[in-house]
Design a protein around this ligand. Sequence first.
Ligand code: SAH
Length: 234
Amino acid sequence: MTSDHDQQAQRHRDALVRTIQSEAAETAFWTGRERFGDAVMDAITKVPRHVFMPTPSSLRTAYANCPQPIGLGQTISQPYIVALMSDLLNLHGGERVLEIGTGSGYQTAVLAHIAGQVYSVERFTDLSAQARAVLTQCGYDNVHLTCGDGTKGWLRHAPYEAILVTAAADGPIPPALIKQLAPGGRMVIPLGPRMGPQMLTLGLKNGSGAFLSRPVLPVAFVPLIPATDSPLEN
Ligand code: SAH
């Protein structure tokens, strides 16, 4: 039986989907995408963003098309950006996807709906534990989380057909990520310094292993912090 609260949350998600599709149309000049695919928008319709909020929040806040703080100076990404990044990966179902920066686990959940298996790396153990609790509570059984330095990827499960990075790399794309991307695979990653300007970048590895990238949209992400002295081997 669905409660009043569940029905209200569903109405907020349906409204959010309309907002995202109209922002997709407004930004098509940069992104080349007039509309986002059905599988991605279906996932946004289903994932209960309010349960990924760190503290109880109103449905209005949870489903606003804005980033929100999740503690430790990090943010749950703006829903439009989550949809755009997911859409750029051109997933058809069944793929193995690597996410760097689990954060709240919201983007992880969206990917879990449209890919086969999702592997996600987070540097803060507290955020990873919280995301694990919520993703388990929601019943996602195709999500695998670990703690460590995501700039090293997650070698154990490589190669990945898609890689999505939710924090901005100040410098070149980490070479380990390019290495762990399967031939024919796609990567979405924000590049640029902490205070901007940053550019959402789409990378493609062709069948013979050559990697090419192109800018998609100016963005603002929290920084990707390489833990150069991290004892953790992903
Ligand atoms: N997709 C997340 C976004 C979280 S913000 C969400 O929607 O909730 C980006 C995340 O990247 C933060 O949680 C931050 O701790 C993490 N991060 C930054 N540098 C990292 C690194 N080197 N390895 C793994 N995670 C990193």
